[in-house]
Design a protein around this ligand. Structure first.
Ligand code: SF4
Ligand code: SF4
Length: 412
């Protein structure tokens, strides 16, 4: 696509990246067919191609309006369009740049600014979030059904094995996951412990920064990235093999640290190293599949539990990891039901379900219809946001897939 950037964006890191991405789009429109917001709203401006045009206009010097911002806000950042695009357009990176510029120029009203600030502070600070969650859980039984559905019942984590192995990996605990579903990381630690790997946490690491980053607070997102890099590097220097992600939404962000800090002289190299060491738990366990073979044998003797799997967009479109979770679960003897429209977002998308509740609710209903069609006993997924979003509308329990694997190993 022919592009002539406005003077102020020329020869800047963002301008150069945006120009390269804009030029790679050939305007074919293939991406419209798999864009969830285009499917629901039917407006070209709520499609990838339409949003690319809007961002192109802004980068060429047009003044963005509240309408421009609305169409960019409605994007789920699911990156389904990237998977579909035959020209390899890096839409997600362009959207980050475009949203940031539009935010600077258009701003937000008082109420919206306050909501976004509360989300950043409340969800990105584990202590604050966990305190509020515990308070909510203590009065959950008295709540009306619609509110009850938004606050999951309190859960326990189970045992986290002591660090006894020479092989070690780090875990990103996450900001909301330890409070909402503490068993996910503990189950991961137990699975890895059985494979001879100890899972440890760096006390100074915290939120991956995705929350702030996607709410256009770039500096807060980068500050979180630098803090985590400082917390993890000494462990990598000491021989820790990998940084394990159990929430694919966090995994995409940490894998992007290298890109996001590419112009930071003090952190560029360190960030690239951390990104290279970062692995989703499905990648780790696929690499350990030989050691998991006894589990496969056990799985074939057990009666299969019928489950439906929802691959998060961050796993399939962001991290480009498709098929590995399904293979691991099938190895372990689970029967996976056929699920239509696997490529489509469930509507969770970080804070999207709070900021764009109507579109998010439509996508959730559509997704749950497909997941429940095969009458599974359980629904499993790989990201805490999808898990809680789907559970809020489902009578069928929704879990992280690694918890099932842990249960199967415990039964062996
Ligand atoms: S599929 Fe790719 S090249 Fe075609 S319009 Fe969409 S983003 Fe552009
Ligand atoms: S990221 Fe998702 S919602 Fe946004 S334009 Fe691409 S396909 Fe559509």
């Amino acid at each position: 696509m022919q592009t002539t950037l406005a003077e102020r964006y020329r020869n800047t890191p963002e301008g150069d990246a945006a120009e390269r991405i804009l030029r790679s789009c050939v305007h074919c429109g293939f991406c419209l067919a798999t864009c969830p917001t285009y499917q629901i709203l039917g407006n070209e401006l709520d499609s990838p191609r339409g949003r690319i045009y809007l961002m192109k206009q802004v980068l060429e010097g047009a003044t963005p309006t509240a309408k421009t911002q609305l169409h960019l806000d409605r994007c789920l950042t699911c990156r389904n369009c990237e998977t579909t695009c035959p020209s390899g357009v890096e839409y997600g990176k362009l959207l980050d740049i475009g949203r940031h510029i539009v935010e600077d120029k258009v701003g937000r009203g008082v109420a919206e600014t306050a909501t976004r600030a509360a989300l950043k502070t409340g969800l990105g600070a584990p202590l604050l979030f966990n305190t509020a969650l515990k308070l909510g859980q203590s009065v959950r039984s008295l709540m009306p059904a619609f509110l009850k559905a938004r606050i999951p019942a309190a859960e326990t984590a189970g045992n986290w094995p002591a660090a006894r192995h020479t092989r070690r990996m780090l875990i990103l605990q996450g900001c909301v996951q330890p409070g909402l579903k503490p068993n996910i990381n503990a189950a991961t630690a137990r699975v890895l412990d059985r494979l001879g790997i100890s899972l440890i946490a760096a006390p100074d690491a915290g939120c991956c920064g995705a929350l702030a980053h996607h709410l256009n607070d770039t500096e807060a997102g980068l500050a979180a990235a630098r803090r985590n890099i400082d917390a993890w590097l000494p462990h990598l220097d000491a021989g820790t093999e990998a940084i394990v992600m159990t929430a694919s939404g966090c995994g995409v962000m940490v894998k992007d640290y290298g890109w996001l800090l590419r112009t930071d002289a003090a952190y560029a190299e360190k960030a690239a190293r951390v990104s290279a060491a970062t692995k989703d738990i499905s990648e780790i366990l696929t690499g350990e599949r030989d050691a998991l073979a006894p589990l496969s044998a056990l799985g074939s003797r057990l009666s299969a539990k019928k489950i439906a799997y929802h691959p998060p967009c961050t796993l399939q479109h962001g991290l480009k990891l498709s098929g590995s979770v399904e293979a691991l679960l099938t190895d372990a003897g689970f029967e996976l039901t056929a699920v239509a429209e696997k490529h489509l977002c469930c509507g969770s998308a970080g804070t999207y379900s709070i900021l764009q509740p109507e579109i998010a609710a439509q996508l959730k209903t559509r997704k749950l219809g497909h997941l429940q069609a095969g009458q599974p006993e359980l629904i499993v997924t790989a990201n805490i946001g999808c898990l809680t979003h789907l559970q809020s509308g489902s009578a069928i329990p929704v879990k992280h897939w690694v918890e099932l694997l842990d249960e199967r190993l415990a039964a062996s």
